[in-house]
Design a protein around this ligand. Structure first.
Ligand SMILES: [Zn+2]
Length: 327
């Protein structure tokens, strides 16, 4: 129906393959989302393949699609054809690109979801013009991606940088990765709840609204709730956000010491609360980075494309692969 975008560049589909939902969008060469469909993520690999085929075919009925990109929350191999392991998806060492290409009769490329989001921000969003950029997606944990000289840095084995698992606190909070004291244990949505509980344990007389909720039902506390309480000025929640800002600034100083980026994009669910922590995080970062006061600092921005970044980036990478194949 829509055919091609203005300028004749092909339309591609970007799919965000998340643990709960699959979201697929038709994206044009300017990064505009033209059409989106969503479906729940099935629990078996076969059913997941079938759901992806159904979802993409639905979009193909309405648009002339030239290629498909998948943003996957997991480890993708170096040639971006196979999903090695994805903790919240049923694929295990699965040749996803080959399987879907055969069923859809379209080129399919895979990308780690943080890489796809970083690529979208670089091409169309908050990282535009930042040739050495770091994307930090803060949600349940921390997802990260690096752009070096305008290219995604995928490492030797295709494993995106696991900055969230830099060990910041020896013998600190236990992490699902098996280590302790990882950055994301102190700087994530999960960490907001954990810090609230920890602070209350050391200051049990505190009687704020949030403190009473934690005492009543500690297991049900979420990062979103802590952020909302901080927005309302709850003293415990405000302290939690200050602690979060400190860890974010310290972590970004680590990252800058290693990569010296010109730009950091803070994305993920927690970034929607950026007014509560970002200025303070910038101050901690500026104080903690090596050579503080005597060097240029990375600009720190929040995402422009939000939750759509993964889909848009995957679609754009699929388009770039078409151009490479044609050239
Ligand atoms: Zn970890």
């Amino acid at each position: 129906m829509t055919g091609r975008s203005t300028g004749g560049a092909p339309l591609t589909v970007g799919v965000d393959v998340g643990g709960t939902n699959i979201r697929a969008s038709v994206v044009d060469a300017d990064g505009e989302v033209l059409d989106t469909v969503a479906a729940p993520t099935p629990h078996s690999a076969k059913a997941l393949d079938a759901a992806l085929v159904r979802t993409v075919r639905e979009l193909c009925q309405r648009h002339d699609i030239a290629a498909v990109g998948l943003a996957v929350a997991g480890f993708v191999d170096a040639d971006r054809a196979r999903v090695r392991f994805a903790p919240h998806l049923p694929w295990k060492d699965a040749p996803v690109a080959r399987t879907l290409t055969a069923k859809l009769d379209l080129p399919v490329v895979l990308e780690h979801d943080a890489n796809a989001a970083a690529w979208a921000e670089y091409r169309f969003g908050a990282a535009a013009g930042g040739h050495n950029a770091v994307l930090i997606a803060i949600g349940t944990g921390i997802g990260a991606a690096l752009l070096v000289d305008g290219e995604l840095y995928r490492g030797t084995h295709g494993i995106a940088p696991e900055l969230g698992h830099l060990q910041m606190v020896p013998d600190g909070r236990p992490c699902p990765c098996g280590k302790r004291g990882c950055w994301e244990r102190y700087c994530s949505g999960t960490a907001l709840a954990d810090t609230a509980i920890e602070l209350l344990a050391t200051d049990p007389v505190s009687s704020t609204v949030l403190a009473r909720e934690v005492v009543r039902e500690p297991g049900s506390l979420t990062g979103r709730r802590v952020a909302a309480a901080a927005q309302d000025g709850d003293p415990l929640a405000v302290r939690v956000l200050a602690d979060f800002a400190r860890w974010l600034g310290l972590g970004l100083a680590f990252v800058s010491d290693i990569f010296d980026p010109d730009l950091v994009v803070v994305a993920g669910g927690v970034s929607t609360s950026a007014p509560l922590f970002l200025d303070e995080a910038r101050e901690h970062y500026a104080r903690s980075v090596t050579g503080a006061g005597h060097r240029p600092l990375a600009r720190i921005r929040t995402t422009q494309l939000g939750e759509a970044a993964g889909m848009i980036g995957a679609a754009e990478l699929a388009r770039a692969a078409l151009v490479t194949a044609a050239g």
